[in-house]
Design a protein around this ligand. Structure first.
Ligand SMILES: Cc1cc2nc3c(=O)[nH]c(=O)nc-3n(C[C@H](O)[C@H](O)[C@H](O)COP(=O)(O)OP(=O)(O)OC[C@H]3O[C@@H](n4cnc5c(N)ncnc54)[C@H](O)[C@@H]3O)c2cc1C
Length: 586
């Protein structure tokens, strides 16, 4: 039977994962259709922390996409005092500079990437990705619900319900991408295996408008953590007042006991919780929405089945701690899109797609585990304040009072509180978690080179390396003709392979042109050095490249190093052919 609609790739879901995949596939010239069962995109702010690696993906989509994200985002400078308090109006218990706002951390951020972290609520990010996709060729069908799919050796036939007419529609595609979120039917129907548990904690979101400037503008932050009775039950570690827009739009996250029925979050209840956490019983607030959700600890151990690939929350379900949700979803799409594009263009064998599982399944496990551990790591703050058994208001006042005594016991307590709060950098300043992803798969050729060990804590600090599998280190280079600044990452990406070499590496450039021609692939070569197109005036690239001037780096379209040669090879053309054939499964 003929399907109603034919496309190369069908994507279920227009969230960060689905819209991201659609934008990337359209940018690579691949026909695709994206569907959403609702008539529009995210209607609540949801994910917001947008890390440097995600901004590099947006930059890869085009400077206009990156610039628009910054235009709508709250600047990094306003993100990070990260206050712990008894209420916004009440006593402050402590703070830790977060999200690259500590000067040492900021230095690491600035050195790591041409892009900067920011706070971009999902209500702004999703339309940007969706618009980019649609303007570049994506067919979007809203009010269209995925029902089931069947696949054969040639493609996938997906049956959807048009929710406007109630009729079923069949869509035939070469591949199906399940980006249908934390209750993914596509992942379920594809039979993906999962580990972990859904519903480990109960939580609610209360979204409202209120001008809270007088409580927060002098200590700008995305997150204000509130310790009050019930703050240790369910939820994400403590009561949270989260900035959506400075300083008049907010989202409160408050927990409930997952073993009891979910509470009915009536407007009166929601306003009551908000006033309680802000510490102002008369505060006028405009309630925008309120709903409950569960904290999950659940990840897929295989991400695909035949022609069906899942990305985003469909394969990793975790609390918002560390702000990894939409970031990881977009990065999944960045990993998958170029591979699917090359396979569909006939430039790579289908086995290239196996590397998606090999590379991203470990990341799914890592980030789900990290986000859940971050909730548990709030415990020492409660303990240091003498609240390990639960927050009792009278006891809390007594303990806060005791902490200002001049006794050795009070000093020990102050020390314990300081240390417990500082330890939260694993949640709020985990730059390594965001930037250190190193891939191992058939789409990376190490030639037996050993992985460099991490010199510092791999979760906290980014350690650049050109070891194959790692993301290409960023360094600023300068254009020879006009002195303009260009990141090494800007020389790569946009769906193409790139080769970076130095003076004496010209044989690599000739070999790359010959092999690219033979294989019918796009491969951009760049010689970096004095009087070349790009000059390393600062010496940063020489320090980071870990190869000789006559060596070369072969960089994949997703900025990860595919292979490197530390010096000139006897037969460069043969070497590049060998490596590219392996990576592209040809
Ligand atoms: C209520 C809520 C609050 C959240 N709060 C935060 C937060 O505070 N901080 C944070 O970091 N993260 C938060 N998250 C998580 C964050 O939003 C996700 O990590 C991120 O959106 C994942 O992106 P995704 O594209 O994989 O999935 P989603 O954004 O969930 O997108 C799934 C898409 O699939 C569509 N879809 C689902 N089923 C079907 C179907 N059968 N047919 C057609 N379309 C379908 C949906 O309509 C949607 O377009 C929250 C999520 C939710 C749901």
């Amino acid at each position: 039977m003929m399907a109603d609609i034919t496309t190369e790739v069908l994507i279920v879901g227009t969230g960060p994962a689905g819209s991201g995949a659609a934008a990337l596939l359209s940018s690579h010239g691949i026909g695709n259709m994206v569907i959403n069962r609702y008539r529009w995109l995210a209607n609540t702010p949801r994910a917001h922390i947008t890390n440097q690696r995600t901004m590099e993906v947006l930059r890869d989509l085009g400077r206009e996409v990156e610039d628009e994200a910054y235009m709508f985002a709250t600047h990094q400078d306003l993100m990070g005092e990260n206050i712990f308090c008894e209420s916004l109006a009440g006593e402050e218990i402590g703070r830790m500079q977060a999200w690259g706002n500590h000067p040492l951390s900021r230095a690491e951020h600035v050195m790591s990437s041409p892009a900067r972290m920011n706070d971009l609520p999902q209500t702004y990010l999703e339309p940007l990705l969706f618009k980019t996709a649609c303007s570049r060729g994506t067919q979007a069908r809203m009010s269209t619900e995925y029902l089931f799919h069947e696949q054969d050796g040639e493609g996938v036939t997906t049956t959807c319900r048009d929710r406007l007419t109630g009729r079923d529609v069949t869509i035939r595609s070469k591949y199906l991408i399940g980006a249908d979120g934390g209750k993914s039917l596509v992942a379920e129907h594809a039979g993906l295996p999962f580990e972990g548990k859904m519903g480990v904690g109960g939580s609610m979101n209360i979204h409202f408008r209120a001008d809270l400037s007088r409580h927060v503008a002098h200590r700008p932050s995305v997150l204000y953590w509130v310790m009050q009775p019930g703050a240790d039950v369910g939820g994400i570690g403590m009561g949270l007042v989260r900035m959506v827009r400075p300083w008049n739009e907010w989202l409160i996250v408050w927990g409930y006991d997952i073993n009891a029925p979910a509470p009915e979050v009536t407007p009166e209840f929601a306003v009551g919780v908000a006033r309680q956490l802000i510490g102002d019983p008369d505060l006028e607030i405009e309630l925008l929405s309120a709903n409950t959700w569960t904290v999950n600890n659940y990840y897929a151990t295989r991400l695909s089945n035949g022609r069906v690939y899942c990305i985003g929350d469909a394969i990793h379900r975790h609390p918002p701690s560390n702000g990894l949700g939409s970031n990881t979803s977009i990065q999944d799409a960045f990993n998958l899109a170029w591979k699917m594009a090359l396979v569909l263009k006939g430039q790579a064998g289908e086995a290239l797609l196996d590397s998606f599982d090999a590379e991203r399944a470990p990341i799914a496990k890592q980030i789900v585990t990290r986000a859940n551990r971050s909730i548990a790591e709030t415990g020492p703050i409660f303990e240091a304040l003498g609240m390990a058994e639960g927050v009792d208001p009278a006891q809390m006042q007594q303990n806060l009072q005791a902490r200002s005594d001049g006794t050795p016991a009070a000093e020990a307590q102050r020390d314990a509180i300081r240390k417990a709060i500082a330890f939260k950098k694993y949640e709020f300043d985990a730059h390594g978690v965001e930037m250190n992803q190193r891939y191992r798969s058939g789409a990376v050729v190490t030639d037996g080179q050993m992985e460099p060990a991490f010199q510092l804590d791999a979760e906290l600090h980014h350690q650049p390396t050109t070891w194959p599998g790692a993301r290409l280190p960023h360094a600023w280079l300068y254009r020879h003709d006009d002195g303009g600044r260009v990141s090494t990452l800007d020389l790569c990406g946009r769906g193409r392979f790139a080769l970076l070499t130095g003076l004496g590496g010209e044989p690599w450039v000739r070999a790359a042109a010959a092999v690219a021609g033979e294989m019918g692939i796009e491969l951009a070569s760049h010689v970096i050095g004095p009087r070349q197109e790009h000059v390393d005036h600062s010496g940063d690239w020489a320090r980071l490249s870990e190869i000789g001037d006559d060596g070369c780096l072969l960089v994949r379209p997703d900025h990860h190093v595919a292979w490197r040669a530390t010096g000139m090879a006897e037969a460069p053309q043969q070497e590049l052919r060998r490596v590219l054939r392996q990576i592209l499964a040809r």
